[in-house]
Design a protein around this ligand. Structure first.
Ligand code: ADP
Ligand code: MG
Length: 545
């Protein structure tokens, strides 16, 4: 064979390599993801070619990725039977003509002031991440074009590389990394297995590590949902969410605009936060064409959706998304909005078409809907529609939506009334309900401590104010007058009110009023505070202790 030819890396690539080699110390493991995703891309391209080209070299080779480690030689090898590269392509893709990305990468590194390895693949320079761990990188490649010979490309990353023809190469690319002394852990089977399972579990093509298949679970989210069985979904959920239960709800959808998105989302059977277990962490993983970008992206979805599990895959994402760049942050926000909107619509449909299933969901996860309704201004309207409460008109255990409440409102009724109490019994046996009951006004029953906060934040629905029925300002329309012999005279009433006011003043009662609000009870205490309800006051008191 001809003698190796020496080539200088282009200036920007030199600069880039200098940083990769000398200043990137964290997340070195991502080089495995980058090289695996390149291998997967090369196989994908070959699969496309097979549809149109007749003359493909080694057309019978399996479309797979083989990774081998050698603990003695301290090497890791990544091989694919993809499209391969001609010598011109090796020169162009791996070093002479800089991708526009390398410039952008250098700029981003400079701007973020942070030597972040995880930035690297984002700019189409993922291949160079190999130099974080390599003494030398050797690339043997042979193009699918039958008349192109194989070549071997070698570099230690220090400014130049060599290229020479190589006989006996099969189609595809084989990258051998001679590991640096501080990176020999990547020659260990168990370490590499762990990394592959994390980042590349759903890559379409078989990945074999030292002869053993790693990725056996399919990327269900990219398949047609009409062809997927329930059991497959359940199996996927258990694998992906590390779950032991069956999913309660699932939503599988794809969108093309404004972004290309495939998503498969699950709601677990139980809400573990409800049982006092740790606060849930975001668990919808972000993928780009089946390669994991972030298993637990923090800012993808709103906080209240932290009970969701599953996968979001977008082709529009760079492999190494970075929250430091505005552009990526905007992209993540956009994806998050699409997912949230779609999921809310799904719940709305579920509530309509399968109210019993929705009610069960709400019993477990309603607390998150409430949290969202109170705090997520962007989705408040949709979330408010999803709230459910028992009321003075529902049976025990049956809840109503605000929409249904409004449809039952009396003529002239302008507000939605609610009462907070420990239970239905507590509210029904208290004095506050009487005036509303006697006028046939429906009152929502709120049993959870957070409800008060929710009602205060949601404030209104469909233009109707949410009003605490035990507030002094509530004006009720006239009730039917009781018979004359059952009431006090005006003068007697006045005397009684004055005496009560004087007697109770010492106990903190601000004002005593005669009212027709009560039917059976002799008296009730109303809350005159515009800002604090009795329950809030109790909470404050508890906190001050
Ligand atoms: P990106 O994958 O974003 O294009 P990389 O730096 O990872 O950037 O790779 C640069 C280019 O090198 C790829 O676009 C591809 O053309 C080529 N390449 C890298 N690895 C392979 C491979 N295993 N087989 C064929 N071509 C490859
Ligand atoms: Mg790449």
């Amino acid at each position: 064979a001809a003698a190796p030819q020496k080539f200088e890396f282009q200036a920007e690539i030199k600069q880039l390599l200098d940083i990769v080699i000398h200043s990137l110390y964290t997340e070195k493991e991502i080089f495995i993801r980058e090289l695996t995703s390149n291998a997967s891309d090369a196989l994908e391209k070959l699969r496309h070619l097979q549809l149109t080209e007749k003359n493909i070299l080694d057309d019978n080779l399996p479309l797979e990725i083989n990774i081998t480690t050698d603990d003695t030689a301290k090497t890791i090898t990544i091989q694919d039977f993809g499209i391969g590269m001609t010598s011109a392509e090796l020169v162009e893709n791996l070093g002479t003509i800089a991708h526009s990305g390398s410039k952008a990468f250098l700029k981003a590194l400079g701007e973020s002031g942070q030597k972040n390895a995880n930035l690297i693949g984002q700019f189409g320079v993922g291949f160079y991440s190999a130099f974080m761990v390599a003494k030398t990188v050797t690339v043997r490649s042979r193009s699918w074009r039958a008349d192109e010979p194989g070549h071997v490309w070698t570099s230690d990353g220090s400014g130049s590389y060599t290229l020479s023809p190589s006989d006996g190469e099969r189609r595809g690319t084989k990258i051998v990394i001679q590991l640096k002394d501080d990176a020999t852990d990547f020659a260990a089977d168990s370490r590499v297995k762990d990394i592959l399972e994390r980042y590349s579990a759903f890559v379409t093509f078989p990945i074999n590590l030292n002869g053993k298949r790693i990725n056996t679970v399919q990327a269900l989210w990219l398949r047609n949902k009409n062809e997927i069985k329930d059991e497959e979904y359940t199996e996927f959920y258990k694998f992906q969410a590390h779950a032991y239960d069956d999913p309660r709800l699932r939503l599988h959808f794809s969108a093309d605009a404004p972004l290309s998105i495939n998503a498969l989302l699950f709601v677990p059977k139980e809400n573990t936060e409800r049982y006092g277990l740790a606060r849930l962490e975001p668990a919808v993983s972000l993928y780009c064409r089946k390669v994991l970008i972030d298993a637990r992206p923090k800012d993808l979805l709103p906080e209240w959706l932290r009970f969701l599990k599953g996968v979001v895959d977008s082709e529009d994402l760079p492999l190494n998304i970075s929250r430091e760049t505005m552009q990526d942050k905007a992209l993540l926000d956009k994806i998050g909005k699409v997912i949230t909107k779609r999921f809310l619509k799904f719940l709305e449909d579920e509530a309509k078409s399968r109210p019993e299933s929705y009610d069960e969901f709400y019993r477990q996860f309603g607390i998150f809907i409430k949290e969202g309704a109170a705090l997520d201004f962007t989705h408040k309207e949709q979330l408010t529609k999803l709230l459910r409460y028992e009321s003075s008109l529902t049976d025990k255990g049956k809840a109503t939506s605000l929409a249904d409440y409004v449809s039952r409102m009396k003529e002239g009724q302008a507000e939605i009334y609610y009462l907070v109490g420990a239970s239905r019994e507590a509210i029904e046996s208290g004095p506050y309900l009487e005036g509303f009951k006697s006028r046939n006004l429906e009152v929502l029953f709120c049993y959870e401590p957070v409800d008060e906060y929710v009602m205060n934040n949601v404030r209104e629905y469909d233009g109707k104010k949410l009003t605490a029925a035990d507030h002094a300002d509530v004006k009720l329309p006239d009730a039917p007058k009781p018979p004359a012999d059952a009431t006090l005279s005006e003068a007697d009433t006045k005397t009684l009110v004055e005496w009560l006011a004087k007697t109770l003043a010492a106990h903190g009662v601000a004002e005593v009023k005669a009212s027709d609000r009560l039917v059976d009870s002799p008296a009730l205490a109303l809350n005159a505070d515009k800002f604090m309800t009795p329950h809030m006051r109790r909470m404050m008191k508890a906190m001050n202790k």
